[in-house]
Design a binder for this molecule. Structure first.
Ligand SMILES: [Zn+2]
Length: 426
């Protein structure tokens, strides 16, 4: 007994030394038009974010971290959509920041090396709310494969100037006089703990060409080109990736998720090109599996579902509804929706940033797509753009556009896997 106590007494100081907690020492709240931006500066390395939504509250749980800011750090300065911010220490549980909102609110959050950054806006008011912080957390100087021009990814700092009409910054500092505000280096990416595999699925193939552009380029060809680039872009970021098809041959839809399940993939990302009766329609949309009443989506899903051929029997809407009802319990809907939002936001932000054009972010949407049925992991279908829009079809065929798009998709996947950025709504 005495020996045990002695051992504990000797061991404790070194254990405590090894687990010196990170500290949140500074917070700021800045209004920029409809956007409220919250920043929390961390002394020590910022912890991973564990997010959860509770009604009108977003809880940000920070393991191994203390808050050294007041319990109501922005007391009296909060304004819609932010109703209240609370910071609390939870002993061995670390700490928690609670952001309470009023009304439907979109948010984007990122973990930088020494900072947690959160942007909030009334739902639907700010297109691509996440863009500034997703671009800041992307890797620099990623090697690019093939004949694409290498991209130097400029970090675009969030504008410092407050636009006219915005409120002045409400800031508070740590009482610690030794605290020096840290610089803002890019996030140096530690290898992901469990060496995850991502299965990339180039749509169609062989006798199933998918849709096509007016100039005659098939969806199956562009989907494979983009998928190959996504695979390389993931590998350049240290993430393993495989393709469900590597050439121009037919793979049935059930076989695609079966390959992902058998390989133990952590994510399934299917790559497609869109079509619309309206040749002016353009943009990028990302689907996750569910029923929908949206007629354009139902029409699109009918076209994409033609490659079933075997495995689930005849392709009928009734049959698909049955499968969806059956699978709703096991499909990772919440994670899939989060991944879809990340890909849509980051890919479009990258394209806008590098090409100086406005690509429509059509959003993360529900759709009854067979190819996502049966996936044991979060699974999404990326419609990269509309081949029926001549201008977008020409862009999608260019190596540079494909590469930026692939880098954006890969960046979003890495953010999702490393849990250092998230977008969502309350
Ligand atoms: Zn397709």
């Amino acid at each position: 007994m005495a020996a045990t106590i002695l051992f504990a007494a000797l061991a404790l100081p070194s254990l405590a030394g090894a687990a010196t907690p990170a500290r949140i020492v500074y917070g700021s709240l800045v209004r920029r038009g409809p956007v409220t931006e919250l920043r929390f500066i961390v002394q020590g390395r910022a912890p991973r974010l564990a997010l959860s939504a509770h009604g009108t509250e977003l809880w940000i749980d920070l393991a191994g971290t203390r808050v050294d800011i007041p319990p109501r750090p922005f007391f009296g300065r909060e304004s819609a959509p932010v109703a209240m911010v609370r910071a609390m220490n939870r002993g061995a549980m670390g700490s928690r920041i609670v952001v309470e909102v009023s009304g439907r609110t979109d948010y984007a959050i990122a973990r930088l090396p020494h900072e947690i950054l959160l942007r909030l806006a009334p739902a639907g008011e700010v297109a691509n709310l996440a863009a500034p912080i997703l671009l800041r957390t992307s890797n620099q100087g990623v090697a690019t494969p093939g004949n694409a021009a290498p991209l130097v990814r400029a970090s675009r700092p969030v504008a410092r100037a407050s636009p006219i009409g915005s409120r002045p910054a409400a800031e508070m500092s740590s009482a610690d006089p030794a605290f020096v505000r840290p610089p803002e280096p890019e996030l140096s990416r530690a290898p992901l703990a469990d060496n995850p595999l991502v299965m990339i699925d180039p749509g169609h193939g062989g006798y199933d060409p998918g849709t096509h552009s007016a100039s005659g380029t098939d969806e199956k060809t562009l989907a494979l080109e983009i998928a190959r680039r996504v695979k390389s872009a993931l590998e350049a970021r240290g993430v393993r990736a495989e393709l469900t098809r590597t050439g121009d041959y037919f793979v049935s839809l059930p076989q695609r998720t079966r390959l992902a399940n058998q390989a133990g993939a952590k994510l399934f990302v299917s790559i497609h090109l869109n079509s619309s009766p309206d040749t002016a329609t353009s943009g990028l949309e990302v689907f996750y599996l569910n029923n929908t009443t949206d007629r354009a989506t139902i029409r699109l899903a009918r076209m994409e579902n033609q490659g079933v051929a075997n495995g689930y029997g005849p392709v009928t809407d009734a049959g698909l509804n049955y499968i969806l009802a059956d699978l709703r319990q096991s499909y990772k809907a919440t994670e899939s929706a989060a991944l879809a939002r990340m890909i849509d936001a980051e890919a479009v932000a990258d394209l806008d940033e590098h090409l100086g054009i406005k690509v429509h972010a059509l959003g993360a949407r529900k759709g009854p797509f067979y190819v996502l049925v049966g996936a044991n992991m979060p699974a999404v279908l990326v419609e990269c753009g509309f081949l029926t829009n001549p201008a977008e079809a020409a862009r999608l065929a260019s190596a540079r556009y494909q590469q930026i798009l692939a880098d954006g998709i890969a960046g979003a996947i890495v953010h999702f896997l490393s849990a250092d950025a998230a977008v969502g709504n309350l």
